[in-house]
Write a protein of this length. Sequence first.
Length: 249
Amino acid sequence: MRAGTIVRAAPGVHLVHGSDTNWVVVTEGDTVTLVDTGYPGDRDRLLWSLAELGRSPHEVAAVLLTHAHNDHLGNAEYLSRTFGTPVLLHPREAPHARREFRQQIGVGTVLANAWRPGVLPWAVRALRSGGTRRVPVVAPRPFPTEGALDLPGRPVPVHTPGHTDGHCVYHLPAAGVVVSGDALVTGHPTSRHRGPGLLPAMFDHERAAALASLGSVAGLAGDVLLPGHGPVHRGSVAAAAREAAAAAG
């Protein structure tokens, strides 16, 4: 999985691999929904991915955040400030995005896990990409309505707390796609597990809740999973969530 790779997941839906994290571009007509924005250091790659798909930042109707970790909101405030792009997220995640508090792995936890394979190389890359930079979203907006949002792909937010309190996945029913953020991933540099699974426990704010949220993902109809980390997973999303739960078991 090479950084800068764009994968067509479904008509009008693309997964982009950044530096150890992914974002999703959903196009419809002349507008775009962008789910997550990578690390701060991914800005050029993010803008490149839009251009490669024949799009401009001016066409992004909204940024949807799965959660407010730096590797997912890294360029949200830049888009908001520069292009007026609204940044939408679960109301419980809004104060996290404003950096009123942090629910993100700290340096101490990283050092305590430095003996684990892959942790130090990942940490170095994260630092270089802006993983500890302060990049709050000044005016994040809670979802304006229940159910499907009036945006390209008609994404439906599904609250999946655990990784953070306000983590959400986004269901695109018409496309059969679930954008899972960090609620369900398919790989990570700090984990030997490959295929659907949870991130290593050190990344979750509340591990038991993260495990329970797999039940919510298992209830979504879809055959394409677009994770925050790792490659596209093609096959039943419900089965992928059950596989992850069993592996975490």
